[in-house]
Design a protein around this ligand. Structure first.
Ligand SMILES: [Zn+2]
Length: 418
């Protein structure tokens, strides 16, 4: 395994220099005889503060042994689908085109919602960025997804080697058995890269709030499954070549029921304009109504700021895509834009400014050539570059700056190589 680490590292370092990683990997016989395994685990809505020795010992120890970020900063908006696609493309939602969990494509007027099977499996929505699994397959690797947005439809003509239709109710045990089944194939046939997804912590955070016993219970459950995964990989002798990259897509903020920005009548004077997005991040489609007049009407609302999409703060790197409505509004933390006077919940919400501590996700990386390091805040655009380097492939053009690999990968001199 030591010689494997040396090779992988040399290839990775060369990739940072802009050389073809695929060519280098082929030219090196050691690289052909070993096969790394990279497991990307998404724990939806998992906050850095949830990691503790008492509640989540497996995550805690993985973080101690490897690299852990103080927080992973989401792309804007801090929502599930946009950020999952960012993690596997390194592109901002403005560039990869999955700009919200709910969206309308102004070119086709088709509507996307994450609960619509027809929409999720319609390749039209997903074609603007090539996800990592497609890149891996094109470069001769095997990539399998146990749930990931975009994995249920061909993107640029290709799907993962293995994938499942999203099933919210699939038990942790069934997810792990399926994943471990893929990994039990012969060395030549097993995946180089797999994804795994657990939604429990997000669901509990929405329904009971981020500081609830329900969330603590969900974090313990997820942690036990991570522990089971690691233990099984150790038993199968796969652990020494596995790099676990554990992320979350966003955090969670407490959202008391009274913190509702009621907008049912806010656009009463503009019958053609409509609220296309509601929640922490909201949006208005003008449909021909005059933008200045609508902006003036929106300016009377409290606890929410609105911008014409082209004038959003530059740090959001958001506002040019045709699927973004004409006006984007961002609520103060804890508040939600709603057009339902009866609205009661949820008690936890995300979609707020990604720089807020409550919106930060987690990043824990553990593996044979991962250094022990406490990192600061990391932008989630950077995760893609690390995955590409770990997998020794040529990545696609992206919005990251490949700043994570030098922080996380052990330098050859520190790896104790012979
Ligand atoms: Zn959520």
């Amino acid at each position: 395994m030591r010689s494997f680490s040396t090779t992988a590292l040399l290839v990775a370092v060369s990739c940072w220099g802009g050389l073809s990683c695929a060519v280098l990997a082929q030219a090196n016989p050691v690289a052909n005889t070993t096969k790394p395994l990279v497991i990307l685990v998404s724990l939806d809505g998992f906050k850095p503060a949830y990691v503790s020795e008492a509640e989540t010992p497996h995550l805690f120890h993985l973080a101690q042994q490897g690299s852990q970020a103080k927080g992973l900063i989401s792309a804007f908006p801090s929502l599930t689908f946009p950020n999952h696609v960012t993690l596997v493309t390194g592109q901002t939602p403005d560039h990869h085109g999955i700009v919200n969990n709910t969206m309308t494509d102004s070119a086709t007027t088709q509507r996307f919602t994450l609960g619509s099977r027809e929409a999720v499996e319609n390749p039209m929505w997903w074609q603007e960025a090539r996800p990592l699994w497609v890149t891996l397959r094109q470069q001769g690797k095997i990539a399998s997804t146990l749930f990931w947005p975009g994995s249920e439809t061909p993107i640029q003509g290709m799907m993962p080697n293995d994938w499942l239709r999203y099933n919210h109710d699939m038990t942790h045990q069934a997810r792990l058995e399926t994943l471990l089944g893929w990994l039990s194939r012969t060395e030549a046939q097993r995946p180089d890269f797999v994804t795994l997804y657990f939604s429990d912590v997000d669901s509990a955070g929405h329904s009971a709030g981020p500081d609830s016993e329900a969330v603590r219970s969900a974090t313990r459950k997820v942690d036990q499954s991570i522990g089971h995964l690691v233990e099984t990989l150790k038993q199968r002798d796969l652990w020494t070549r596995t790099t676990l990259v554990i992320v979350s897509d966003h955090g969670m903020a407490s959202a008391p029921p009274q913190k509702v920005i009621q907008v049912k009548t806010a656009l009463a004077a503009f019958p053609d304009a409509s609220w296309e997005w509601l929640g922490a991040t909201a949006g208005v489609r003008l449909n021909g109504e005059p933008i200045q007049d609508v902006m003036t009407a929106l300016s009377t609302l409290s606890h929410v700021a609105c911008w014409p999409k082209a004038l959003l703060p530059a740090r959001f790197r958001f506002g040019s895509h045709r699927r973004i409505p004409d006006i984007v509004c961002l609520s103060d933390v804890g508040y939600s834009v709603s057009d339902n006077p009866e609205r009661k919940g949820p008690l936890g919400q995300h979609g707020y400014d990604p720089e807020l501590t409550d919106m930060h996700g987690i990043l824990i990386v553990s593996g044979p050539h991962i250094r022990q390091a406490q990192l600061g805040l990391v932008n989630n655009l950077e995760v893609y570059g690390l995955l590409v380097n770990l997998l020794n492939v040529q990545g696609e053009k992206n919005d990251g700056e490949n700043t994570l690999s030098p922080l996380v990968l052990e330098p050859a001199s520190a790896a104790g190589m012979p």
